[in-house]
Write a protein that binds this ligand. Structure first.
Ligand SMILES: Nc1ncnc2c1ncn2[C@@H]1O[C@H](COP(=O)(O)OP(=O)(O)OP(=O)(O)O)[C@@H](O)[C@H]1O
Length: 264
């Protein structure tokens, strides 16, 4: 599926990735064509194993496509990784238990060689962005799951990468907490104007958050539909009860069903 977004921050053309395993090749992705423009919020949805994480990992240069091309900020994914083009948020918060919240956020900043004063300023700023002011001295285990995930987002934001890659960041949280974090993430996106790639299994989450929703099918993972959201950028949670929201969710569900149909 082609799209026509110009000045792409992330651009994949004919991208494919086959893993060589002991049981033979596993075609994780095939023929992925996608352009993501600056400031977009793009969600990837599809059944387990359809290659959502693999695509995000390709963008992050943690995996390397076996076919096709991929550019990130106009350079190779490897060069973009070197240039710290992205922050990555995983499903599990992945905070080091022996470091405080501030210490966890500081770690990438130390590795990148920011001055101590700059580190402090950045830690304060990102803690405030995710509403965790005053929690810098706490240890991860002293925070709730939702707060830990916010700390993990703060860590990904601390070095001001333009791109935020998020792999099911709220998948393990209960629905109420997830709703709140979804709302907060949208506000954060509006304030920071990041380009966000977001993997989810949840149709409502994808529709609520995204400017575009990429629907993928399994075996091998490919894009079966790209849905432009017609929702306004300002989205209170109760927008989910509107006919417009329900119509988009319906289209995503249909896309997922059609993808499954190809499989049998
Ligand atoms: N390092 C690897 N070696 C071999 N196969 C892999 C590797 N990483 C992923 N795969 C396979 O590639 C396919 C895509 O995996 P991926 O994790 O990208 O799917 P996903 O859509 O993110 O799934 P989920 O929703 O369950 O997280 C799967 O069949 C998976 O088993």
């Amino acid at each position: 599926m082609k799209d026509t977004t110009t000045s792409a921050v992330i651009e994949a053309r004919g991208l494919g990735l086959t893993f060589e395993t002991n049981d033979g090749p596993v075609r994780a992705l095939t023929d992925v064509d996608l352009s993501i423009g600056k400031g977009e919020f793009v969600s990837f949805i599809g059944p387990s194993g359809c290659g959502k994480t693999t695509f995000l990992r390709c963008v992050a240069a943690l995996e390397h496509p076996t076919t096709g091309t991929l550019s990130v900020n106009g350079m190779s994914a490897d060069a973009a990784r070197q240039a710290r083009a992205y922050g990555y948020v995983f499903q599990a918060a992945g905070l080091y238990p022996w470091r405080t919240i501030a210490g966890n956020i500081r770690l990438p900043l130390e590795i990148m060689g920011f001055s101590r004063a700059d580190q402090e300023e950045r830690i304060e700023r990102v803690l405030s962005l995710v509403d965790l002011e005053g929690f810098g001295k706490k240890y991860p285990w002293q925070l709730s799951g939702g707060m830990q995930q916010r700390a993990s987002i703060a860590r990904a934001l601390a070095f001001d990468a333009d791109i935020l890659l998020m792999d099911e960041p709220f998948g393990a949280l209960d629905e109420i907490v997830r709703d709140r974090l979804n709302e907060e993430l949208l506000k954060l996106w509006a304030r920071t104007e990041k380009t966000i790639g977001f993997v989810t299994h949840s149709i409502p989450e994808a529709v609520y958050l995204s400017t575009r929703i990429v629907v993928m099918s399994p075996r091998p993972g490919r894009i079966t539909d790209v849905i432009e959201s017609t929702l306004p950028r300002e989205r209170p949670l109760d927008i989910r009860d509107t006919p417009e929201f329900i119509a988009i969710a319906h289209r995503v569900r249909e896309g997922l069903r059609a993808g499954h149909g190809d499989e049998v």
